[in-house]
Design a protein around this ligand. Structure first.
Ligand SMILES: Cc1cc2nc3c(=O)[nH]c(=O)nc-3n(C[C@H](O)[C@H](O)[C@H](O)COP(=O)(O)O)c2cc1C
Length: 393
């Protein structure tokens, strides 16, 4: 099974990752990974760091002549800002003379993390809890994404709302999605189209509203969150299982997405809208198609029934809370003096919903790849291809 681990502090030397369990023969290039890293850094509303960092991956092992060897793949993304942090984040020494941070920021892991690990310097929490870690997640998961693409499975996303700028009537966006879905790499086309917008939205009018809303929040020293949609096309029927709770693909996907920083909610298909309707208005009828095929005229279930893919497009939505660090700070308590003080402000994004959607695209890849490997598994792309063909008969 595919698994990966990341290590690295936000202002440390580098982020490193190890991806294990990927079959041999997957085409891998740093160019492909770097493109995904670049996408993670885009979006209107990002803070100063995005101007410092232009993430580039180095592939250290597990790949030869552009293809995976089946062995663990080690990756590194160096932090360009490291030169300014060598003393504050030094691996050696005692830290004497380095200022300690003692005021936790609301909405961050600062307070809970310091109590949990017994730290008197919140920097120890801040630097690992930061969403900077997602750069390495995107790097590792991009390789898995490439594996899925080899088998015609494509992942995409687009943003539905940012603060008050919300797509209330989906009809025009659904027409765009339907048109783009005609391509064999359907979801990829959606993502390519969304990437053209600086807020990754498919409707121009709402994009413009979102930019205005972000500008307004910035002016007020505030921040914004939003909702995005992840779409996966090309999934065969039967990935995941209903037989045991931990094999249900819906649960596994929700875990992966909520593990992304600031994501606080996930829905599968039209879950929240469906909850307000009658069953007869919700469930997707099964009708007879040509030959021995059945067709589903609607996809309100979002491509999953009983925790198993049902051959329809996978549709997931996620809610990202507004960025926690505010230029106009909320109150906090200095844990050293126990006095109420304004929370700390450290260079920060005003809105990172577009970037978050790119990260979510990445993190679903290993979940889907593992379900795919469970069904068609093999040690190499060639072997899996043979098994897929057999399965199709
Ligand atoms: C792409 C991305 C960028 C983020 N940028 C910031 C940021 O600049 N400032 C900030 O306070 N939080 C930022 N966050 C959110 C925090 O990382 C997150 O809220 C925090 O680690 C607490 O975790 P939780 O919200 O999951 O509980 C970002 C999240 C993502 C996904």
């Amino acid at each position: 099974m595919i698994r990966y681990l990341t290590s690295g502090e936000s202002h440390g030397q580098a982020l490193v990752g190890i991806l294990e369990g990927l079959p041999a023969g997957v085409e891998i290039s740093s160019e492909y990974i770097n493109h995904q890293l670049w996408r993670r850094q885009q979006g209107y509303g990002r803070g100063g760091r995005m101007r410092i960092e232009s993430d580039k991956v180095e592939i250290l092992s597990g790949v030869r002549f552009g293809r995976s060897l089946g062995s663990p793949i080690a990756l590194i993304v160096r932090n360009k800002d490291w030169t300014n942090w060598t003393q504050k984040m030094s691996v050696e020494g005692t830290g004497s003379g380095i200022e300690k941070i003692s005021t936790p920021r609301p909405g961050h892991a600062d307070l809970a993390g310091a109590v949990k690990y017994g730290f008197d310097d919140l920097r120890n929490v801040i630097d690992r809890a930061s969403a900077r870690e997602t750069a390495m997640r995107v790097a590792c998961c991009s390789i898995v994404r490439k594996f899925l693409e080899t088998f015609g499975i494509f992942i995409g996303s687009h943003v539905l709302s940012i603060g008050p700028a919300e797509l209330r009537n989906r009809s025009t966006v659904d027409i765009v999605i339907k048109r783009l879905m005609k391509a064999s790499c359907g979801a990829y086309k959606i993502t390519e189209q969304a990437d053209k917008s600086q807020v990754r939205m498919l409707e121009k009018r709402i994009s413009e509203k979102a930019v205005v809303a972000i500008k307004g929040a910035k002016k007020k020293g505030d921040s914004l969150g939003g909702i995005f949609e992840i779409i996966v096309t090309g999934l065969p029927i039967g990935l995941g299982s209903y037989v045991e709770y931990d094999r249900k693909l819906d649960g596994q996907l929700a875990q992966a997405i909520v593990s992304v920083h600031a994501v606080k909610g996930v829905e599968i298909g039209d879950a929240f809208a469906n909850a307000k309707l009658y069953g007869s208005q919700v469930h997707d009828e099964i009708l007879k198609g040509g030959g021995n095929n059945v067709v589903r005229p609607t996809n309100r279930a979002g491509g999953l029934e009983g925790g198993v893919t049902n051959g329809e497009m996978l549709v997931l939505r996620a809610a990202m809370k507004p960025i926690s660090t505010l230029a106009k700070p909320l109150s906090s308590v200095d844990l050293k003096t126990m006095r109420v003080v304004p929370s700390r402000y450290e260079r920060s994004d005003v809105c990172a919903v577009p970037a978050c959607s790119v990260i979510a695209e990445a993190v679903v890849a290993p979940v889907l790849a593992n379900a795919f490997l469970e069904k068609f598994g093999g040690d190499s792309v060639a072997e899996i291809r043979r098994r897929c063909k057999k399965g199709a008969k």
